[in-house]
Design a binder for this molecule. Structure first.
Ligand SMILES: N[C@H](CCC[C@H](N)C(=O)O)C(=O)O
Length: 277
């Protein structure tokens, strides 16, 4: 099986084009190739498929083999694969995902590709649709949650996948390695959750680190960066457009008047190869 290896702000993926040949078990493939010692090494696997609802279909599998509804850094890499490898000659197209049909667009400066801008659709804020339990059917904005024996305040946002956004005064002092998994598996999140720890630098710059569902700490999370902006706006901490500064790079996000999130950032092909399946 041929693959290409991609990274978006350091969140890295093995991408396989399965329009001609599907695999029997993408989850098992993802667990095998994501391993950074016994495999290729990645935060997950992106699968290119045909769609009868959009131009293409993207599936995303975490390192633990679980399938997620959506991946923000991943869809930027997916879009560049389609454009750079001649699958399409268009700069804008539709992609069917677990979060609905989303629209990536290649961004150029003086003709050269500098990144990808993605219409990530609308955030889902009804707690029981994130889903998160114990907060009724309204929004769970700046609500209490107990994790690791401490009381935290969080805002729950779905971008197709669940996010728990926690604002902190000093990001460097948060032991994410120790508590990330406890947030991920907190019983209030029946589908588990991605958790973003955010320090507000100013009203247009947010510093975020993430413990991802099914992938642990990654250098960036695109859907998480969108959830971060939504939570910051809802709690009065930021403007509706801001830079989200991650360990592996920066994403520029806007929660526009049409209620859609627009995320702009890089997507880089690192290498390609073949792997036995
Ligand atoms: N671990 C995530 C999927 C990958 C999302 C992240 N890598 C992104 O860029 O949005 C989940 O299980 O919901």
């Amino acid at each position: 099986m041929e693959f290409t290896k991609w990274q978006g702000c350091g969140n890295d993926f093995v991408l396989i084009d399965c329009r001609e040949r599907e695999l029997a078990d993408y989850g098992a493939f993802a667990k095998k190739v994501s391993d950074r010692h016994f495999g290729i090494g990645a935060d997950g696997v992106l699968v290119v498929l045909d769609s009868n609802r959009a131009d293409y279909r993207m599936r995303i599998f975490n390192t633990d083999g679980s399938e997620a509804e959506m991946c923000g850094n991943g869809i930027r890499c997916f879009a560049r694969y389609l454009r750079d490898h001649g699958v399409t000659d268009r700069d804008k197209f539709t992609v069917e995902t677990g979060a609905g049909i989303l629209v990536p667009e290649i961004v150029r400066q003086d003709g050269a590709i500098t990144g990808v801008r993605v219409d990530m659709g609308e955030p889902v804020l009804a707690a029981d649709e994130v889903p998160v339990t114990g907060y009724g059917s309204g929004r769970a904005v700046d609500v209490p949650i107990e994790v690791a024996g401490s009381d935290w305040r969080m805002t729950a946002v779905s971008m197709g996948n669940p996010h728990c956004v926690v604002f902190v005064d000093d990001l460097a002092s948060v032991p994410i390695e120790r508590i990330g998994h406890l947030f991920e598996t907190q019983a209030r999140f029946p589908k588990k959750t991605n958790t973003e720890f955010v320090q507000v630098l100013d009203r247009t710059h947010l510093r975020m680190r993430v413990w991802e569902r099914g992938a642990a700490i990654t250098l960036a999370c695109g859907t998480g960066s969108c959830a971060t902006l939504v939570a910051a706006v809802l709690t009065g901490r930021s403007e509706r457009a801001a830079d989200i500064i991650l360990d592996g790079g920066t994403l520029h996000n806007e929660w526009a008047a049409d209620n859609h999130l627009y995320m702009t950032g890089p997507a880089v092909e690192v290498f390609s190869g073949t792997v036995e399946v």
